[in-house]
Write a protein that binds this ligand. Structure first.
Ligand code: PLP
Length: 460
């Protein structure tokens, strides 16, 4: 898929007409980066947008077009772009220094905020990304239990390190993806989040499981639904079997609720990983969990218990700029009810878009939970009623197949030409600063987009 594959689609033509600057830059980028991008999720057909600035719920591309942004910094921006209070905290900190290679007040304040907000957080350790946080969570689980196996759920995303690199979009049979050792894949077992009894039986039947990790709202922030009762069942069986239960709260943390999905669902894991919102939209991440588990990083406790500690470094751990942004963002979220606003807007988008699909007789549905929304675009053409859609009745394969459809690629372009940017899942994530008017404009854009698709013969 590259620029030479021009089609005569009016939607594509319109997109190209309004984004010449992005096209030009994408040509340069292809000479530098594989596929011209620095993150697989930013690849787009026929080329990605190049963005110049962003504020609140909007971003502007290099050609001056404004979009309502539902990419949301890959979920990091529940406060929207450039919250003035976060920016001020970061600016003030930048003046005082970006890296002390020393301890500082902001990191202690940041850790204390996490302890106050997150149920499982007796202790915290900062790192630079969600990938790193999950890697450390797994290492602690192995060190603590003396066991090797990680149980994960098909379709749940936990970053790109070796143990979690397969079984998300591909290699759903658990075989290793390119570059991952067989020996690593052999120590990972994939389960189905729709099968509570089967997962419990799996965990009951093995003595080598160190940890279970999952996205507590379901894969890709609920795009792939989880069976009701899974969290409670996992909490029960992991406690009985001394298995470490890890919630990946990299997206759900401080988005579903100020205390994360664990406070919303009332199920407290042993360890949780955070990134994105935790550092206020700047790079950062952390693990939080029981003192017993995080003591594996503690020099004195490890010496006292006569065991070797887990070593942990990281040049940018709790760097002052991220700490300043994180403190400002978490302070706002703890007080201002923005998670509730984002959740309400998410529900508003899902309702409004399903109304559009029903009125326009489009056999697609918009679904999701909390501040996420996803499109089910009926890849096998069996017929979908947007007013009565239940994602849990569809398979992982059906849901994953949506992203590859030509009509979906065009839908995304048609939305862009109507001023709305969604991700390629296909779906989006809402912030606490998206307004009711933004939701209405998104519904209008969706109506225009599906009409344009129909005019090109893309909707059955
Ligand atoms: C649920 C989840 N876990 C982990 C990660 C990886 O985080 P990072 O991109 O900070 O490494 C992501 C990133 O999108 C995520 O969505």
């Amino acid at each position: 898929m590259n620029d030479s594959e021009r089609s005569n689609s009016p939607i594509e033509t319109r997109f190209r007409e309004m984004t010449p600057g992005s096209m030009q830059r994408s040509h340069r980028a292809r000479e530098v980066f594989p596929s011209g991008v620095v993150h697989d999720g930013r690849r787009m057909w026929p080329y990605p947008l190049y963005v110049e600035r962003a504020k609140g719920a909007y971003k502007w591309d290099v050609d001056g077009n404004r979009y309502i942004d539902y990419f949301g910094g890959h979920g990091a921006l529940i406060l929207g772009h450039g919250d003035d209070r976060v920016l001020q905290a970061v600016h003030e900190q930048l003046e005082r220094g970006t890296h002390y290679a020393a301890c500082h007040d902001l990191e202690v304040e940041w850790g204390e905020r996490l302890k106050a907000m997150v149920p499982c957080a007796e202790r915290v350790r900062f790192m630079s990304s969600g990938t790193e946080a999950n890697l450390m969570a797994l290492r602690i689980a192995r060190a603590h239990t003396g066991r090797t196996v990680l149980v994960r759920f098909r379709g749940h995303f936990h970053g790109w390190q070796d143990h979690v690199a397969f079984g998300v979009d591909s290699h759903l049979d658990g075989t290793p993806s390119p570059g991952v050792l067989d020996g690593i894949a052999e120590h990972v077992v994939l389960a189905d989040a729709t099968d509570v009894a089967g997962t419990v039986a799996l965990l009951e039947s093995r003595d080598d499981v160190a940890a279970v990790i999952l996205e507590p709202t379901g894969g890709s922030f609920g795009a792939i639904p989880t069976a009701p009762g899974l969290l409670e069942a996992l909490r029960d069986v992991t406690s009985r079997r001394d298995i470490v239960l890890i919630f990946d709260e990299v997206v759900t943390g401080f988005r579903v609720a100020p205390g994360g999905a664990q406070s919303y669902y009332g199920v407290t894991p042993d360890l949780a990983s955070f990134a994105k919102i935790v550092s206020g939209g700047l790079p950062g991440g952390c693990i939080a969990g029981s003192k017993t588990l995080l003591d594996h990083l503690d020099f004195e406790e490890s010496a006292r218990l006569g065991r070797e500690k887990i070593s942990h470094h990281g040049t940018f751990n709790a760097n002052p700029a991220s700490a300043a942004a994180g403190n400002a963002a978490l302070g706002i979220l703890a007080q201002e009810g923005l998670c509730e606003v984002a959740n309400e807007r998410g529900a508003g988008i899902r309702d409004a878009l399903n109304r559009v699909f029903a009125e326009e007789e489009v056999p697609w549905a918009c679904y999701g939970e909390h501040s996420g929304f996803y499109f089910f675009t009926d890849p096998s053409r069996v017929g979908v009623d947007p007013t009565d859609f239940d994602a849990s009745t569809w398979t992982l394969d059906d849901i994953k197949a949506c992203a590859g459809q030509r009509s979906v690629r065009k839908f995304r372009l048609a939305l862009l030409t109507n001023g709305v940017d969604i991700s390629g899942k296909p779906g989006g994530i809402v912030s606490g600063v998206h307004s009711v008017e933004d939701v209405e404009r998104t519904a209008d854009a969706t109506r225009a987009a599906v009409r344009a698709l129909r005019a090109e013969g893309e909707l059955h």
